[in-house]
Structures are given as structure tokens and as C-alpha cells.
Design a protein around this ligand. Structure first.
Ligand code: GLY
Ligand code: MN
Ligand code: MN
Length: 458
């Protein structure tokens, strides 16, 4: 938790944006795994976390904009709880640590809201239990919850959370450094004969060691061409490249998200070297380009251009590079976007709407292959924290489909491309903040070049 003044200030700024009404910010409840008392690890809702900081289930924050009053509704501990859980700090005292001096039993929430005759702002929840809670306390049909959610509140929260403060950047950097250690651990333990999930076990143990959680399901795969591959049953063999995409969500809730690839044998093959060097060229192009007020779409396109130029040298694509770009040909080899915002969520704020976070009135999402999955496209501003994560993939199913349709036959040398189908799939990912006059990579240095990785593997 930060100092209480940080939360007070955040709520004050939100009040300034909204000007009038009631803001309702429910925290998460526990998610039962198999029964009410056996739950998945508790992860607080990031909006609640941002404005109220408390990492406990079943809290609801209420902000009365007109009267400049903040409330927390929850149910405090009883003796029954203490028998099972040991002595606990009472919530009515805990909330003062985040600058809230109005603690009310949650049983009174519905009445409280019914008696206030003002517009109630809430954001569209991603969890069904929160939908039901809102439906009950606001007397709305659960299926209409999205319809009545507040675009004004949603946009205000995005505006505030998009610019990370120095305290937040420092917390993200801590998460990135745990993430870095997860990657270095994988490079140390992964050996031929192991299963992918055994590497994941070692990687996630590092998270545990720092009292962090994985910020998303770890991707640990020798089939890197499957973008979000969650199966981990393969046995590692010499000649394989292992792709590890993982991150830590630290004690304070902030996230890291990095990807590395490395050879199980300790040495990249000639073919892997060729594509890995292109990948790092793409990554470093992005790294050089990012600065205040460049659009991330522009950076994405510059990186895609490098990819196409290199693939042209390898006789995999043909034609004028500008025509290839216009037709989104790079999307065959990198179907995802160059990156996304990072913060309290690994894809920060995406529950509020991907397009509201990554786009604005000056740029709309394109349907073109290669652009349609770009999550962050708008102008970068000082304080934005986001990922750079170019990839190169030869995805068998996609290649087969395009070839069967003779798609872009004038630009693609399918015979050459097919030779690499299912053989190349790599991504490299790091985390950055935009500063007043440039950018900075977060976290301590990571091995990046072939030499650095091979040296470490030795
Ligand atoms: N976890 C997938 C990503 O890097 O965005
Ligand atoms: Mn990632
Ligand atoms: Mn990412």
C-alpha cells in the first residue's frame, strides 16, 4: 500500500473529472475453486486497488463527488472469523490507512444508494458476481449492467491510470525485476529431457519467493509459433528453442511481462540465429523509436517494415515493401500487436475496453491482418508504461489457409515459407516507460544478443 495521501489525491482527481454524482467501485470477492471456502488466490480488482489500495475481498468503495466524501462498505471481522483466522486488524481501522474515514457495514449499501438521488457511475464489471451485486443494489436486470455503465467514469479512470507516477513506476520496476529473475531461472534450469511444465514450476517458484503471483498464465513452450500456448507437456530436446513469456504481479499488485527465447542445447542453430537476429533488430528499432508523442501504430509499422525487409532478403517475400505494408503482409508473420499498456493489470485496464485504452479520436482500429490485434496504437505520453514485444512466427494453419486461397501470391514465396512452417516461432519482450524526452527500459539488464544468451547458458 502507498501512503494514504496518494489514494486521497487519486480520488480527488477522479472527483474533479466527474464533477457530480456517486462513483461506485466494487472490489473483487473471492473466486471459489470447488466450494465457497476453497478459493483461487485472491486478486484484487485493479480499479479498487488504484483508488482504495486495500487488498481484501468484498469491499465496495463509494465516492460522493458533490459532497467530497469517500466511503468503504464491507463486513468487519467477528469473533467467529477470528477463531478461524486469528486476530485481525479491524477494517474500520484499516480503511483509515487509505484516508477513508467513513466505514459502513455492507448490509447498508443498498439503502444508502437508494436514498441518494444522484446519478450513480460504475464501470462494466468483468466478473459475474460483481454484476449480480450491482444488479441487486441498483435494482437493475443483470443483463442490463453493461448498458447502464458510465462511459464518463471509464474514460476518466483510463486517463488517470495511463500516466504512471514515480511511485508506480518504481513498483512496476520491482515486478519487472522479479520477472527478470524468473527468466534467468528458466535459462539456468531448462535442460534436454525436462518437460515444459517443470521449467514453469521453477519459474513460478521465483514468484512465490518474492510473495508475488504470476501476472498471467505462464507460456513456456517449444512451439513458440502458437502465440498463447498453454499446453506444457512437451519434452525439451536439443535443437529446440524454448519460448518463455511470463511475469510477476508483485505484492503491491503491479505487473511485469517479459518474453525470452533460448536454445535448449545452449547454442542457437544457424536458422534460429538468422531469425533471432531479425527479431532483435525489430525490438531495437522499436526501442529507438519510442518517445513522447509518436504513435505506437507508427512504431508498430516501422518494426513491421524491418521484418518485411529482412524476409525479402531471405526470399520469403517479394515486391515493393510499401505495397507489402499496405496489404498487411507482415501480419502473416506477426499477427499480434507490438505491445500493450502495463500496470496493475498485465494488459493494463483492458477490462475497461481495449479500444478506449489503446485508441482515441485520432486513431481507430484497423481490420487489416497485422493491425487488427494492435492493442496500443495511440500517441505515447510521458508516464505511459507498456511492452515492446515483436515476434516472428511461421504458423502452419495460417500459411496453409493463405496458400490454399492463393492469397497475396504476388508477394509471398509460399514454397520457401512452407519450409519454415512450424519451425520458427519467437518473441522478445521488455517493459518501457516514456519519459519527458525519451524512454527507459524498466528493470536490470537482460541478456538479449545471441552472445549474451549463449554465454549465460554456459
Ligand atoms: N502475456 C501475453 C503478452 O505478452 O501480452
Ligand atoms: Mn508477455
Ligand atoms: Mn505482453
Amino acid at each position: 500500500m502507498f501512503d494514504k495521501n496518494i489514494y486521497i489525491q487519486r480520488r480527488k482527481l477522479l472527483k474533479n473529472y466527474l464533477k457530480t454524482g456517486i462513483i461506485l467501485l466494487p472490489g473483487n470477492s473471492n473466486s471459489p475453486m470447488c466450494c465457497q471456502d476453497n478459493c483461487y488466490p485472491f486478486i484484487q480488482d485493479s480499479i479498487f486497488s488504484y483508488f482504495f489500495g486495500i487488498n481484501e475481498p468484498n469491499f465496495v468503495g463509494v465516492i460522493d463527488v458533490d459532497n467530497d466524501k469517500d466511503y468503504i462498505f464491507a463486513k468487519d471481522f467477528t469473533l467467529d472469523d477470528i477463531i478461524w483466522m486469528g486476530p485481525q486488524k479491524l477494517f474500520k481501522d484499516l480503511v483509515e490507512e487509505v484516508g477513508v474515514y467513513n466505514f459502513i457495514d455492507i448490509d447498508n449499501l443498498k439503502n444508502f444508494l437508494t436514498n441518494i438521488n444522484k446519478k450513480i457511475h460504475y464501470v462494466n464489471p468483468y466478473r459475474d458476481d460483481i454484476k449480480l451485486l450491482l444488479a441487486n443494489i441498483l435494482n437493475i436486470n443483470p443483463f442490463d449492467i453493461a448498458k447502464f455503465s458510465s462511459l464518463e467514469l471509464t474514460k476518466s479512470i483510463i486517463k488517470l491510470r495511463s500516466i504512471k507516477s514515480k511511485e508506480e513506476i518504481s513498483e512496476i520496476e520491482k515486478a519487472v525485476n522479479i520477472t527478470r529473475k524468473m527468466h534467468l531461472e528458466a535459462m539456468t534450469v531448462a535442460k534436454a529431457g525436462m518437460k515444459e511444465y517443470e521449467v514453469t514450476a521453477a519459474v513460478e517458484a521465483i514468484c512465490k519467493k518474492y510473495n508475488a503471483y504470476p501476472s498471467f498464465h505462464t507460456i513456456c513452450t517449444i512451439n513458440g509459433e502458437i502465440l498463447h500456448n498453454h499446453s506444457q507437456n512437451n519434452i525439451l530436446k536439443n535443437g529446440d528453442l524454448l519460448l518463455l513469456d511470463c511475469g510477476a504481479k508483485s505484492e503491491s499488485g503491479y505487473c511485469g511481462d517479459m518474453t525470452s527465447v533460448f536454445p535448449i542445447s545452449g547454442t542457437f542453430t544457424k536458422e534460429q540465429t538468422t531469425f533471432y537476429n531479425i527479431l532483435i533488430n525489430m525490438f531495437e528499432t522499436a526501442e529507438k523509436e519510442i518517445k513522447p508523442y509518436i504513435t505506437y501504430k507508427e512504431v508498430h509499422l516501422k518494426v513491421s517494415k524491418i521484418l518485411l525487409e529482412e524476409l525479402k532478403k531471405l526470399n520469403l517475400v517479394k515486391g515493393e515493401i510499401n505495397d507489402l505494408i499496405e496489404n498487411g503482409i507482415y501480419g502473416l508473420f506477426m499477427p499480434h500487436g507490438l505491445g500493450h499498456m502495463l500496470g496493475l493489470d498485465v494488459h493494463d485496464m483492458e477490462n475497461l475496453g481495449e479500444d478506449l485504452v489503446g485508441y482515441d479520436e485520432t486513431c481507430q482500429r484497423s481490420n487489416l491482418m497485422g493491425l487488427k490485434s494492435l492493442r496500443l496504437a495511440k500517441k505515447l505520453e510521458p508516464g505511459f508504461v507498456f511492452t515492446i514485444e515483436p515476434g516472428i512466427y511461421f504458423i502452419p494453419e495460417l500459411i496453409k489457409k493463405w496458400k490454399s486461397e492463393n492469397k497475396f501470391i504476388e508477394y509471398l514465396n509460399y514454397n520457401e515459407i512452407e519450409k519454415l512452417s512450424g519451425k520458427i516461432g519467437m518473441r522478445y519482450e521488455g517493459n518501457y516507460v516514456i519519459t519527458e524526452n525519451g524512454s527507459k527500459r524498466l528493470g536490470e539488464p537482460m541478456p538479449r544478443t545471441i552472445d549474451e544468451i549463449e554465454t549465460l547458458l554456459k
